[in-house]
Ligand binder design. Structure first.
Ligand code: SAH
Length: 227
């Protein structure tokens, strides 16, 4: 988002920068992520500020971490992999389902123009909002709701990213995706096996393909898993 780079110009310069650089090099670049905008965003966002104090020392590790209420902040590589395939452009409007800690929300802000984020658990949504506001991200729109139903009011979105796994890509979210080469990523599968499924929508045509296996917490809602 435009204002983020002005207001939080100090972001990226903290005592964890070295660890963050290591994370980016060993977990993200060495595994094949090439998109420079994605790499720069990962170098900038202080991941250690998105986990509880007791986990700060593990914030740059190669795995997901608990963020309370049975939820997790995703593994950095998985987030980078999905963001690279989302091909976000700086003029895009993005919808995120599963705000969680807000870490990916901050990355999305660095890559796009507008971010709308939906979380079903009010505690996580409020904590993420507080954290992101403190970091200078002031124009993110937050909603506490079942994200399988998207956010109709501001549709269509050029990009949609779902950070929890579902038996199917929610049809309502496909409806809210831009018809002009819109891209949506959704982890699909069951408790044992999940794959990131990419949906591309263009001039009324919907194409789907698989980007590979992944592990996410459940997307609980009307068009996801039953609550
Ligand atoms: N992107 C997050 C990852 C959070 S884990 C991060 O960077 O921290 C997935 C999140 O999806 C959890 O917070 C969970 O509560 C949320 N979630 C699950 N089902 C949902 C639904 N139907 N609508 C919105 N959020 C949902």
């Amino acid at each position: 988002m435009k204002e983020s780079s002005q207001n939080n110009h100090r972001l990226g310069h903290d005592k964890y920068f070295h660890q963050r650089k290591q994370m980016v090099q060993t977990q993200i670049v060495s595994r094949g992520v090439k998109d420079q905008r994605v790499i720069q965003a990962f170098l900038k966002i202080p991941r250690h500020l998105f986990v509880g104090e007791e986990l700060v020392n593990q914030a740059y590790d190669d795995n997901p971490l608990p963020i309370g209420l049975g939820q997790t902040i995703s593994q950095p590589y998985m987030v980078a992999y999905m963001l690279e395939h989302l091909k976000i452009e700086s003029h895009h409007k993005v919808l995120e389902i599963g705000t969680g800690s807000g870490y990916q929300t901050a990355l999305l802000c660095e890559l796009s123009k507008e971010v709308y984020t939906v979380e079903r658990l009010s505690q996580l949504s409020l904590e993420a909002k507080e954290r992101l506001t403190r970091l200078g991200y002031s124009s993110i729109r937050y909603k506490r709701e079942d994200g399988t139903l998207g956010w109709d009011e501001f549709a269509p979105y050029e990009r949609i990213i779902i950070s929890a796994s579902s038996p199917q890509t929610p049809p309502t979210l496909i409806k809210q995706l831009s018809d002009d080469n819109g891209i949506l990523l959704c982890p699909e599968g069951n408790e044992y096996f999940q794959e990131v499924v990419r949906t591309i929508k263009s001039h009324g045509r919907i194409q789907k393909d698989n980007l590979g296996s992944c592990v996410f917490v459940k997307l609980l809602g009307k068009e996801g898993w039953e609550q």
